[in-house]
Design a binder for this molecule. Structure first.
Ligand SMILES: [Zn+2]
Length: 77
């Protein structure tokens, strides 16, 4: 089991959060993030940032113009 370096965590952090890594790499990163004083807070920050972005994007209503176009299309049917 090789050691994970901080640079590797930075490079793979988003894929790590998306669980796109193979289980072995994922476990090694998880272990590192838990123990590393740099990567722990960094991961925390990125995770929070991402959840904010996802919240904002998912909760957004369809733009008015698009909604009107859909309504118009529906009325034509
Ligand atoms: Zn680190």
């Amino acid at each position: 089991m090789s050691t994970v370096h901080c640079e590797e965590v930075v490079r793979l952090l988003w894929r790590y959060m998306d669980r796109e890594l193979d289980p072995d790499t994922y476990r090694r990163l998880q272990e590192h993030v838990r123990q590393c004083r740099n990567c722990g807070p960094r991961h925390e920050f990125e995770a929070r940032l991402r959840s904010i972005i996802q919240e904002k994007c998912a909760g957004q209503p369809a733009p008015e113009a698009l909604r009107r176009r859909v309504m118009a299309l529906l009325q034509e049917l």
